[in-house]
Design a protein around this ligand. Structure first.
Ligand code: GRG
Length: 302
């Protein structure tokens, strides 16, 4: 419990409908993909994860007045997690981080092979876009608005966002990046999709320009806080607790802990959380779930 808002109960309440939406998506793909690719997709999407992106999406949807009680908000939110799942499946491949463990389990390619993982990940990108568009229309968005919602998702996933950030990250291995370079890399690699999670939900709810701008500022600050917290966890916890292997140090990646030290990194993460919360109130958004989620992002243990 934090600030009177019970985040644990909130997340537990969201877990079921989010999982059901992800199962609908995986089931839909199962009907069109070969069995080995389908099995890789099922593992990559359904086997664990905090579901932070879909939670941000449905929470922003409601904070901006969205009131559809059915499956559509969760199908919209699932589109963010499908992009996230593909990115982790591909990130763990031997040609990228060559990881053996993710979410406490063997990575998708270790279980289902590189080929099925590459193909399944690629299929998830288009599936996410289709699901996002379809859910936005079911939520009452006219085609131009549904197009805006979907382009928000895809621009965050693409070269100007996550893919571009990943490329800079891989190029930067073995080099020591400065503060601006590190911020820029993580804004694209991690921050863009977190920000898009909020804006996709908000836009589908017909948010005002002030709400969109407040949520964008919140999302950028939470994205940075999330990454700093990730680096702190990576530097302070073992692979079994983290459920992830290898650590960033083994990949010679630049991190906020290496740049600032642990104490200063923690202080910067808290500053970002304060900035995120201030952006919500500045936009007139009364959203205790988002305030508590911002704190959770830096206090989490995995
Ligand atoms: C072709 C260059 C190129 C890129 C392809 C692989 C890829 C696209 C992008 C990788 C992006 C990536 C791995 C970003 C890291 C995001 C991140 C911090 C993941 C961990 O997020 P959590 O903690 O994970 O939300 P869970 O397991 O809870 O879902």
């Amino acid at each position: 419990m934090s600030g009177g808002f019970d985040l644990t109960a909130y997340l537990a309440g969201e877990a079921g409908p989010i999982q059901a939406a992800l199962e609908r998506a995986v089931h839909g793909l199962g009907a069109i993909l070969p069995p080995d690719v389908s099995a890789a997709v099922a593992h990559g999407v359904l086997a664990g994860g905090k579901r932070l992106r879909p939670v941000l999406c449905v929470t922003a949807y409601r904070a901006c007045g969205g009131a559809d009680p059915g499956e559509a908000p969760y199908d919209l939110a699932a589109s963010l997690e499908l992009i996230h799942a593909y990115s982790l499946m591909h990130d763990d491949l031997p040609c990228m981080d060559d990881a053996e463990l993710r979410r406490g389990r063997p990575t998708t390619h270790r279980l289902h092979g590189d080929d099925a993982t590459i193909r399944g990940g690629a299929a998830l990108i288009a599936a996410a876009a289709l699901r996002c568009w379809d859910a936005a229309v079911r939520l009452g968005c006219a085609p131009p608005a549904a197009g805006h919602v979907t382009s928000r998702l895809l621009s965050a996933a693409g070269g100007g966002g996550m893919v571009g950030g990943q490329w800079v990250d891989l190029e930067g291995e073995g080099q020591s990046l400065g503060a601006d370079e590190l911020d820029g890399l993580h804004r694209r690699k991690t921050g863009a999709l977190l920000e898009a999670s909020l804006l996709v939900g908000a836009r589908a709810a017909g948010a005002s320009p002030a709400e969109l701008s407040g949520l964008a500022t919140y999302g950028r600050a939470v994205g940075l806080a999330f990454q700093i917290a990730d680096d702190i966890l990576d530097a302070t916890q073992d692979a079994a607790t983290l459920g992830k292997n290898p650590p960033d140090a083994a990949l010679e990646k630049s991190t906020y802990v290496a740049l600032y030290g642990l104490d200063e990194a923690r202080r910067r993460a808290r500053d970002q959380v304060d900035a995120a919360v201030a952006a919500l109130s500045g936009a007139g958004l009364d959203a205790p779930a988002l305030v508590t989620l911002a704190r959770y992002v830096v206090e989490r243990q995995h």
